[in-house]
Design a protein around this ligand. Structure first.
Ligand SMILES: [Mg+2]
Length: 166
């Protein structure tokens, strides 16, 4: 079966929580000490985007996939730092930039009939999404049942799901 697999970047491959100094409990979480939002922290120091460590999923994905397609929404000022990060950790990746999550969802799961590995709680549907578990997306209940509608908690579970499509 040749289904295209697209990987979101932040919260899937790159771990921004480590450099922000806290793990967001919700999409609009603020730093417990400074009160800054995620966007305020990152926009205040774009080098955090370059210096963030990888998520534990990345090493497994690198082992199993020759081609890695990254589908990511990044503001224009973020992109040079994000490119540096990707060149360091995933030099063979193909990067596809989007202006918002809906454009990404449509491209990955509509136009290309693929599977999107994603952490965002903001998508309009999750039919062809493998959702990487985080506190901020635990309320997503997969109401639109489709061919892929699964939540994974660790790299083994992700590989188990992805192997069904390889
Ligand atoms: Mg993300």
């Amino acid at each position: 079966m040749s289904v295209k697999i697209f990987f979101d970047l932040d919260g899937v491959l790159r771990d921004l929580s480590k450099v922000m100094g806290f793990e967001p409990e919700s999409w609009n979480a603020k730093h417990p000490e400074t009160g800054q939002s995620v966007m305020e922290i990152l926009n205040g120091d774009l080098t955090l985007l370059r210096d963030a460590p990888p998520m534990p999923y990345l090493s497994r994905i690198l082992e199993e996939f020759k081609e890695i397609k990254i589908a990511t929404v990044q503001d224009l000022p973020w992109r040079p730092y994000t490119k540096e990060w990707i060149e360091k950790y995933i030099p063979r990746a193909e990067i596809i930039w989007f202006k918002d999550g809906e454009e990404k969802l449509e491209y990955c799961t509509g136009e290309h009939a693929g599977i999107l590995v994603e952490d965002s709680p903001m998508l309009s549907d999750y039919v062809n999404v493998i959702l990487i578990d985080h506190p901020y997306n635990r309320h997503i209940r997969f109401t639109n049942w489709g061919k892929v509608h699964v939540r994974v908690h660790n790299p083994d579970q992700l590989m188990h799901e992805l192997r069904k499509w390889l």
